[in-house]
Design a protein around this ligand. Structure first.
Ligand SMILES: Nc1ncnc2c1ncn2[C@@H]1O[C@H](COP(=O)(O)OP(=O)(O)OP(=O)(O)O)[C@@H](O)[C@H]1O
Ligand SMILES: [Zn+2]
Length: 584
């Protein structure tokens, strides 16, 4: 035995004593997929190898950022910018050099990590931080019939649960609170809170520097912004000042003139010129010991910061203009959004924010707590042992539980609250009825490609959905754009739902090969659909009742088909009779 093998082997003896021969053998044979190598993932990988697991693959899409080092303890300063999955695998291999730990630097939603890939593993263990990726892995595990350990943490709250097809609730059996949607006019004309201005500023960044996107809340300003940006020999500072004048001065003057909008309780906004902003250099009183990023800047600093961030996009990232999108972790886009939001707050008399607070709200960040992640990762391993022990039993009859973590003010004096695993929800549109109802504001105006992107991908979480109606493919993810290639396949991404012959009550099938998942959709036209809350023009009503409606629709189709068949038979019979008569 070499010196480096000694710690793992010595640890194994102790673990074997605790787990017993049989369970330890199951641990050593299990093949695991870990998704995510961040806060929970680092703890989890370390726990797994120290428990004796030695056949693990890990997927993570990210590289290491300096801000990860305070809690993702497998990473050191020298690792910054390297892939998390690779460094995490290297680090835990040092604890157990005999382990086979394969790393994949990539997005778990990529096709290489599809059904075939997931089917190789005995159990999948999530350590993710976003709903889309969790929904995707949930669907893959249901399709591949692999148990999934799901975990998450926010601040001092955490949760671990076990998901198994047909035995427990899946990740999507209960609707998750979706991201708050603010009424359109609040964002565009009457902001009242910092978050309204930050949402506006994020949309502005994407509008100015991202790809064309009809769903951007400021899409109607696109032509104007492009005009500022497309002058010959564009000078970034000049562009910044033009945008400033347009949005914080001229546009606000126009808004202020819309008298119906304003009252004593809601006074009209105040325009702000660039030169005027520079005179407002005073700062609000802040505690001395605060970091600069925790102090509210002056209006002059916001104005200068805004123009400087635009200038930086032109001087340092010109080639990325048209392809960028806001990220709270990207300092230039965060500068832009912080300053733009603060200037709009100044217009609307809302108290401006420090960079720190702006970043928390813009990125909906609740600071991660290392100890919660450690508890959650530990609980995942405990539940994993229960899963491995559940052979022959259904998951709900075994020892696996959902466990909630809550401290420092635990409920009923317990930091850990276990609860039994719930049965699947028969109305779940993912693992149950597989049916959802979709209300569409206008079937004539809704193009099939926009419907596939906004509704099926955006709201139902599909990755590469193909759509079928009446047995024919009406949208193929291989041909998302109109053109000769699509036409050759009989596809017209630019056609509306009406042009495809769909009406209220029509049934659509969605197949997502990327997730091994399918769903039926019942369409309904709802001209009164509230544009403020559903700016894309559709609303998904997954679950209850939709299944029955689809069944009714199917029954109706079957009845029609039977009636047609009966008619054909009757006609055939009549012909036969006639023939018979004739022949006779
Ligand atoms: N679709 C995905 N495919 C692969 N890995 C993913 C995917 N989505 C998220 N992840 C990874 O899951 C991990 C989640 O870890 P964590 O919650 O600690 O996030 P973080 O980005 O490292 O930290 P923070 O968000 O607090 O800055 C991240 O490393 C992230 O890269
Ligand atoms: Zn479900």
């Amino acid at each position: 035995m070499t010196a480096s093998e000694a710690p793992a082997a010595a640890g194994d003896a102790a673990v074997k004593t605790v787990l017993g021969e049989e369970r330890f053998a199951a641990v050593q044979q299990a093949k695991l997929l870990v998704v995510g190598a961040g806060g929970i993932g680092c703890e989890l990988l370390k726990n797994l190898v120290l428990t004796g697991f030695r056949d693990i693959e890990v997927v993570d899409l990210d590289t290491i950022d300096v801000s990860n080092l305070n809690r993702q303890f497998l990473f050191r300063r020298a690792h910054v910018d390297r892939p998390k999955s690779v460094v995490a695998a290297e680090a835990v291999k040092q604890f157990r050099p005999d382990a086979k730990i394969l790393s994949h630097h990539g997005n778990v939603k990529d096709s290489q990590f599809g059904l075939e890939f997931v089917s190789k593993f005995d159990v999948v263990v999530n350590a993710l931080d976003n709903l889309e990726a969790r929904r995707h892995v949930n669907r893959l595990c249901l399709a591949a019939e692999r148990p999934l350990l799901e975990a998450g943490s926010t601040g001092h709250l955490g949760q671990v649960t076990v998901i198994r097809k047909g035995e427990t609730e899946c990740f999507e059996c209960q609707a998750k609170p979706s991201q708050k949607v603010y009424p359109f006019c609040t964002i565009r004309s009457t902001p009242e809170k910092p978050v309204h201005c930050l949402t506006w500023a994020k949309n502005l960044f994407d509008l100015c520097f991202g790809p064309e996107d009809e769903s951007n809340l400021l899409a109607d300003l696109a032509a104007e912004m492009r005009q500022f940006q497309s002058q010959e020999a564009v000078d970034g500072e000049d562009v910044g000042k033009r945008i400033f004048k347009n949005l914080f001065e001229d546009d606000i003057k126009k808004q202020a003139r819309l008298e119906d909008l304003w009252s004593e309780a809601r006074p009209a906004p105040a325009p702000l010129g660039f030169e005027e902003a520079l005179t407002k250099a005073e700062r609000t009183a802040d505690a001395e010991d605060k970091l600069e990023t925790q102090k509210v800047p002056s209006v002059a600093q916001d104005a200068q910061g805004f123009v400087a961030s635009v200038a930086k996009m032109y001087s340092e990232r010109r080639e990325l203009i048209g392809q960028s999108s806001f990220s709270k972790d990207d300092p230039v886009s965060m500068d832009f959004v912080h300053c733009a939001a603060n200037l709009r707050m100044q217009n609307y008399r809302i108290a401006r924010l420090s960079r720190w607070d702006a970043q928390s709200i813009a990125g909906s960040i609740i600071p991660a707590v290392a100890s919660t992640n450690a508890i959650v990762a530990g609980l995942e391993v405990v539940q994993l042992l229960h899963v491995l022990q559940s052979k022959g039993k259904t998951m709900r009859d075994g020892r696996a539980r959902t466990v909630w973590v809550r401290y420092p003010e635990p409920s009923r004096k317990k930091i850990l609250q276990p609860s039994s695993l719930q049965a699947p929800n028969p109305d779940c549109f993912v693992c149950g009825s597989r049916t959802a109802r979709v209300a569409v504001k206008s079937l004539v105006d809704c193009k099939i490609a926009a419907f596939a992107k906004g509704c099926i991908q955006g709201q139902l979480g599909a990755v590469r959905p193909a759509l079928y109606a009446n047995g024919s493919c009406i949208f193929d993810p291989e041909y998302p754009e109109p053109g000769p290639d699509a036409e050759e396949e009989g596809l017209h991404p630019e056609w509306s739902l009406t042009e495809w012959g769909l009406g209220s009550g029509s049934l659509l099938q969605v197949e997502d090969e990327g997730q091994g998942w399918s769903i039926n959709l019942v369409l309904r036209e709802e001209p009164d659909l509230d544009e403020q809350h559903f700016p894309n023009g559709f609303k998904v009503e997954a679950g209850a009742g939709a299944g029955e409606e689809a069944a009714k629709d199917m029954a109706e189709k079957k009845r029609k088909a039977d009636a047609e068949a009966a008619e054909v038979n009757a006609a055939k019979k009549a012909t036969l009779d006639a023939n018979t008569v004739a022949v006779d």
